[in-house]
Ligand binder design. Sequence first.
Ligand code: URA
Length: 215
Amino acid sequence: MPTGAASGPSRDCPLCPRLVGLRLSLREQHPAWFNAPVPSFGDPAARLVIVGLAPGLNGANRTGRPFTGDYAGDLLYRTLLKLGLATGEYRADPQDSLTLVGCLITNAVRCLPPANKPLPEEIAACRPFLTGQLDALPSARAIVALGRIAHESVVRSRGGRLKDYPFGHGAPHTLPGGLRLFDSYHCSRYNTNTGRLTETMFVEVMTAARDFALA
Ligand code: URA
């Protein structure tokens, strides 16, 4: 396990040369941006964990908080506020008053990948941080995986075999160790624009996960 797996990667994590190269060039182009592995955000007593894919260029990679500053975050944080899983105001800025209540957001990959597509070896290199994060949440009961990559990394991080856990929007699974996993299509602009994911579908799966986690 890499150093700091429980607490997350260091700002200069060296594990993925391609992602380090992108990080260094963005630090030159945009010195005021965060440009580093993005830490988890939320409640250390979380009963519900939301696992995204990876930071977006103008979202988490710029602001330093998962899903903060991009389209996917608008839908995610609006839904969390609607379901009572967040309080305060989301203003797409880590300095806003948004607080997560009983939930925590993390990513399968902590660094910005080119074209939002991490390579299999990058997903694998970052998995110990996901494992460390999940292990550090003793109250967690349920996980929402946003998209197939998050789903597969969560299954592997819990020691499951992918063939026993087929990804499907709305599909609940019980993972080795007992956590309940709810799958959702990723709340990206692409998926909502193409109609693969509607806001109603997203709210439904998040409601099911919340109700299980808080019961
Ligand atoms: N921002 C994140 O932090 N994760 C995603 O999966 C998408 C946007």
